[in-house]
Design a protein around this ligand. Structure first.
Ligand SMILES: Nc1ncnc2c1ncn2[C@@H]1O[C@H](COP(=O)(O)OP(=O)(O)OP(=O)(O)O)[C@@H](O)[C@H]1O
Length: 377
């Protein structure tokens, strides 16, 4: 049983970089929590603090209730898997996997048994005598996982372990990692900047921006009820339609264009912020035959057919929207459509944008990362 608890963890670099801004988070025993966010949002630093590779400026790390701030990484019984695999090129797969056990003076017979066991679990038994250079990216990643697995650690920390794999392999390995985590029933923290990866893998997802957790919830909840504008924009592809504006007498008026939408009372009552942002997911935009409540005339701008969905860019009273519609619906550029924005699918967010100097600095600091970056409007 392993719980990991972060209590108001803070990490500052120098005088003006707050990499982790008072993060509190409890990862339950056997849970897979994904930290997701744009480049520079503090994910890796948070993970490195859990591993003991970085000392926090403030706050406590507790493993199974025991404060481990001063415990060396090698004594935390936590395995970390990195993006770069970090395999030893001159050692065989077998000796790469056995390395952590050799370093701990585990008897040879037991090492052999545990290496075979880990290799079988990862389906790489036939690769044990090869060198890393003779393996594909996916196989190398399995070896890196094997090296973490063989120690039978209390918890796994994964820092973008799938980022160097091609798209197809990444999806396969995603499933593999989740299967492994479930089979071992082990506590895992997985870091990624890929929101789709986060949403498919996590029992819970912690969406980070500017060193802080913006929302911590199961994927479905993060998708359906984003806590703020940042989460609404970051999660989901294509991302949520967002309109800036203000509310008066229960009606939302967009700043750009001429859109006015009456919003459900409970939403209006709960939204006191000015300015406000109205959000509606592309798949919630309906195409209807006759005018009624919440319907608008819209002009079709661009149509993109993407396999099983059709993304239609529409202009609705001067505002640009995306609608995800049935691929069999015949629509062309210039067509006029009647669209409905169902009130139960509308969300309102605090429209104040966080200023993001830290995010910009982060991009300068680490140019090697090609992930999505929060953009300011
Ligand atoms: N060793 C360091 N020295 C100075 N600043 C650092 C250091 N490590 C991280 N930072 C800064 O701390 C902030 C958070 O970085 P961190 O690597 O944790 O973000 P991240 O979300 O993991 O980003 P990425 O996806 O790019 O790895 C960034 O502003 C980054 O530039």
């Amino acid at each position: 049983m392993t719980t990991i608890e972060l209590d108001t963890i803070r990490k500052e670099f120098g005088d003006d970089i707050v990499a982790v801004d008072d993060v509190s988070l409890t990862i339950e025993d056997g849970e897979l929590v994904v930290l997701v966010g744009p480049s520079g949002s503090g994910k890796s630093t948070t993970l490195r603090i859990i591993a003991g590779l970085e000392a926090p400026t403030g706050g406590d790390i507790l493993i199974d209730g025991r404060r481990v701030n001063d415990v060396q990484p090698q004594n935390r019984d936590i395995a970390m898997v990195f993006q770069s695999f970090a395999l030893y090129p001159h050692r065989s797969v077998r000796n790469n996997i056995s390395f952590p056990l050799e370093a701990r003076d585990v008897p040879k017979a037991e090492i052999d048994r545990r290496v075979e066991e880990a290799a079988a679990m990862l389906d790489i038994t036939e690769l044990l005598d090869r060198k890393p250079a003779n393996l594909s990216g996916g196989q190398q990643q399995r070896v890196a996982l094997g090296r973490a697995l063989v120690r039978d650690p209390q918890a796994f920390l994964m820092d973008e372990p799938l980022a160097n794999l091609d798209a197809k392999l990444r999806k396969e390995m995603r499933t593999e990692v989740v299967r492994l985590q479930q089979n071992l029933d082990v506590t895992m923290v997985h870091v990624t900047h890929n929101q789709e990866e986060a949403m498919t893998m996590g029992d819970r997802v912690a969406v980070m921006n500017e060193g802080a957790i913006q929302q911590l919830a199961p994927p479905k909840e993060v998708y359906r009820r984003p806590a703020n504008r940042f989460v609404a924009e970051f999660i989901g592809s294509p991302s949520m339609n967002l309109l800036d504006g203000s509310l008066s007498d229960g009606t939302f008026h967009a700043d750009a264009g001429d859109v006015s939408i009456r919003v459900p009372d409970e939403l209006a009552d709960a939204s006191t912020a000015t300015p406000l942002t109205l959000g509606v997911r592309p798949e919630s935009v309906q195409i209807v035959d006759s005018p009624g409540d919440y319907t608008f005339e819209a002009t079709v701008d661009v149509v993109e057919l993407m396999g099983n969905v059709q993304i239609v860019h529409i202009v609705l009273d001067g505002a640009e929207f995306l609608a995800e519609v049935d691929p069999d619906l015949a629509v062309d550029q210039g067509d006029t459509l009647l669209v409905r924005l169902p009130p139960e699918k509308i969300d309102l967010f605090d429209g104040v944008q966080p200023d993001s100097p830290r995010v910009e600095r982060a991009v300068e600091h680490d140019r090697s990362v090609d992930g999505p970056v929060a953009t300011e409007e």
